[in-house]
Design a binder for this molecule. Structure first.
Ligand code: ADP
Ligand code: MG
Length: 276
């Protein structure tokens, strides 16, 4: 089955979209097939992957008319990365979903047939920067959440807001399987403050924080205007190196989750104390 990963943080400008397009590109280079779902009406992931936003080509029609989502999947500037683009009209999707009987699971309903087809190893959702209905729908449809955050002073407060929402989505029964995939620190520059923030986040969230830290680099800001992830636009830049390392760490961790899940089905093995 496809793994659905929501990349979320209610704050804008923390590196969600940059993380979505670069993670997609790196894991595709590792042989995974990826579908990006651009859920932000600003369509930055769409243009950042070299696709021009077009009216009528987004999740919107599928939500409104229950049209087949397959019809709006398009290829991108990166091999093995496809996208369901966004467009300005997607802002209206909030209203359409709110009108549905089960307004938390609207997105899940339209995504289910694609998940069942199992064409994509990963479906990566680029969430909008708000706590609105699109974001809740993304969390209700996701297997796990990846939280990018900037190494800045109020980072911890922001992080507790999103982890609190994840917890509510899980315990309310909206999506009991939802888990936190990890926290990725972004836009790091060598300052005392950044180091303090990372240390603080690590002390609260422990292993959930990835070892890889994405450095700040102007190359990251240049790449989108070429319709390319920075790992393709400037592969030897520090920020691209960061995303290559992160993609690998992400896949290694995913593998560990898989192995742990497999173990659940095995009969419990005797503990050494039982054998003694
Ligand atoms: N590592 C980085 N170094 C420098 N600039 C970055 C980095 N990551 C992202 N940016 C830039 O910061 C801005 C916000 O990043 P973006 O990924 O769009 O955040 P979000 O999707 O959370 O709003 C964009 O202009 C992006 O190009
Ligand atoms: Mg964004």
């Amino acid at each position: 089955m496809s793994h659905v990963l929501a990349v979320s943080n209610q704050k804008g400008g923390v590196g969600k979209t940059t993380t979505v397009v670069n993670l997609a590109a790196v894991i595709a280079a590792h042989g995974k097939t990826v579908l990006v779902l651009d859920l932000d009406p600003q369509a930055n992931a769409t243009s950042g992957l070299g696709v021009e936003p077009k009216s009528g080509v987004s999740l919107y029609n599928a939500l409104v008319d229950l049209e087949n989502l397959n019809d709006v999947i398009v290829g991108t500037s990166v091999e093995n990365v496809n996208i369901i683009p966004s467009e300005v009209d997607l802002a209206g999707a909030e209203v359409e979903i709110a009108r549905m009987d089960d307004h938390l699971h609207g997105l899940q309903k339209v995504l289910d047939p694609i998940i069942d087809q199992n064409v994509f190893d990963y479906i990566i959702i680029d969430c909008p920067p708000s706590l609105g209905i699109l974001m809740s729908n993304a969390l209700a449809a996701a297997d796990s959440v990846l939280i990018p955050m900037q190494c800045e002073y109020y980072a911890m407060e922001g992080l507790s807001v999103i982890t609190g929402l994840v917890e509510r989505i899980r315990t309310s029964g909206a999506n009991p399987k939802l888990r936190i995939e990890g926290v990725l620190m972004t836009m790091y520059s060598h300052t005392r403050l950044a180091d303090d923030v990372i240390e603080q986040v690590r002390s609260y969230y422990g292993d959930a924080v990835y070892d890889t830290i994405i450095p700040r680099s102007v190359r990251a800001g240049e790449a989108p205007s070429f319709g390319l992830p920075v790992v393709a636009y400037a592969p030897s830049s520090t920020v691209a190196e960061g995303y290559f390392a992160f993609g690998k760490e992400f896949l290694d961790r995913a593998k560990a989750w898989e192995l742990a899940a497999d173990k659940i089905d095995l009969p419990a093995s005797p503990r050494s104390s039982d054998l003694a």
